[in-house]
Design a protein around this ligand. Structure first.
Ligand code: SF4
Length: 457
């Protein structure tokens, strides 16, 4: 059975290498579909209340983008790695195509290579998306997704002859995909021994768009799974692997602290803030407190919705406008959530690193939270899918059971990672018991936040 699976996965990899035209066709079909759903709805009227997903293009596009596309792209990272990036992503395809055909191939400036971009871009895009209600309005989606696509094309035009400079350094979800795909059960891997032993004549290395050292390939976190290198020197192949391998075996080699910040502050803290503020009574109390204070001091301008829709949500025709105070409170709530969770978890894991005299432990143990972070993103995004389908009269009586199952399962998975990592990092039983106990406690606020969102508020 295991060898059958291995053969099937291997053949899938070589098929991707030998069917480049089919992959190219898929890419252009996705680009066309993406443009239709992104551009046309932005110039249509807001749908009346009685419209349905299947009878109105604006609602259909909203459902496809936020109800299906995003949650299932997140899920796909855990199932097939970054196949989305290498085969389907319209931004990556357009950036690569522009670079290959019209690229100026300028030297990539150092500021582009700054390792903090994935974290900063994810946090700022998430915040901006909430401020202009990107899930609800097609013009907001066009601004954010279309703006990002234009930037990807521009970067492709300026840098890298056929390489994906945008995807590797600047894409706002590159860091998220990098972390999530570490849980994938398949990966392209290179066998360095076979690579060295190959005597089939001189071969030019395959073109790797995200500019990876293919010889050292042993995971999917940076690989876009495009399949171009499958079979190269009889050493590279798509292989099944344990979903725990990349974190437990190679996790301590990943020393990029910005990825840890992205995980703790962004994918956990900011994501919790972004998904919960609309239902949080704490948000309402905070806003009421500030509003009273402003009125008591005769300051009224922050209570007027005078910002244009591309700064703060402003759709009076839909009775949906943010005043300046709303914008301020949303910003404080989301960034505050990022700071509270990120700082709290950082302090705990830094303490563990000091306690166990393992300087690499902060980055290593933080990766144990990836399953729980993935569950949060998936559940938060599918909340939009559910809301849209509920408007259409569909009843999800089973939903909270499934949510509880996903949260419990990923929590156990994170605990298992913590157990394995701390077992490797401790010399004495008392060290292990204390550190694992503290790690387990650190999961409670994260699960607690989702529990509040889905079961209490
Ligand atoms: S290593 Fe590069 S060429 Fe090979 S599959 Fe990954 S992205 Fe493609």
């Amino acid at each position: 059975m295991a060898s059958l699976l291995k053969t099937a996965v291997y053949k899938l990899g070589t098929a991707m290498q030998s069917h480049r035209r089919a992959i190219q066709t898929i890419k252009w079909m996705v680009v066309g579909f993406y443009f239709v759903l992104l551009v046309i709805p932005a110039f249509m009227k807001l749908p009346p209340r009685q419209e349905h997903i299947l009878s109105n293009l604006v609602l259909f596009a909203q459902f496809v983008f936020w109800g299906i596309w995003w949650p299932f792209v997140i899920l796909s990272m855990l199932v097939v790695g970054r196949l989305w990036c290498g085969v389907f992503c319209p931004e990556g395809s357009l950036s690569e195509w522009t670079s290959e055909n019209f690229g100026k191939n300028k030297t990539i400036p150092r500021w582009i290579k700054w390792k903090g971009w994935p974290a900063v871009a994810f946090i700022l895009t998430t915040l901006y998306g909430q401020l202009i209600s990107v899930y609800d309005y097609a013009n907001a989606a066009l601004l954010i997704l279309g703006g990002s696509t234009l930037a990807a094309i521009l970067v492709g035009f300026l840098y890298g002859k056929g390489n994906r400079v945008w995807c590797r350094y600047l894409c706002p979800v590159n860091g998220v995909f990098n972390l999530l795909s570490r849980l994938s059960p398949i990966a392209f891997k290179s066998n360095t021994q076979k690579w060295s032993d190959y005597h089939g004549g001189h071969l030019v290395n395959p073109h790797c768009p995200p500019m990876i050292n293919i010889r050292q390939l042993h995971g999917v976190s940076a690989c876009h799974m495009c399949g171009r290198c499958a079979g190269f020197r009889d050493a590279v192949s798509l292989q099944p692997r344990s979903v725990n391998e990349e974190i437990i075996v190679y996790g301590n080699e990943k020393t990029n602290v910005w990825q840890t910040y992205l995980l703790l502050f962004g994918m956990i803290g900011v994501a919790i803030g972004a998904f919960t503020w609309t239902v949080s009574p704490w948000f309402v109390q905070f806003k009421q407190f500030l509003a009273s204070w402003l009125v008591n001091h005769d300051i009224y301008w922050p209570l007027n919705a005078t910002a244009p829709w591309w700064i703060l949500t402003n759709h009076p025709e839909n009775n949906d406008s943010f005043n300046w105070l709303d914008g301020f409170c949303v910003t404080v709530y989301i960034l505050g959530s990022g700071l509270v969770f990120g700082t709290g978890l950082t302090l705990i894991y830094k303490f563990l690193a000091k306690f166990l005299h393992r300087s690499d432990l902060y980055n290593y143990i933080s990766q144990a939270l990836i399953p729980l972070a993935a569950a949060g993103l998936f559940l938060g995004l599918t909340a939009t899918s559910v809301k849209l389908l509920q408007y259409d009269g569909i009843n999800f009586w089973w939903l909270n059971d499934v949510r509880a199952f996903i949260l419990a399962g990923t929590c156990i998975w994170s605990l298992y990672f913590g157990y394995k990592i701390l077992k490797k990092s401790t010399d004495y039983l008392y060290q292990f018991v204390l550190s694992f106990g503290l790690f387990s406690l650190s999961l409670i606020p994260i699960v607690g936040a989702w529990w509040l969102m889905f079961w209490v508020w």
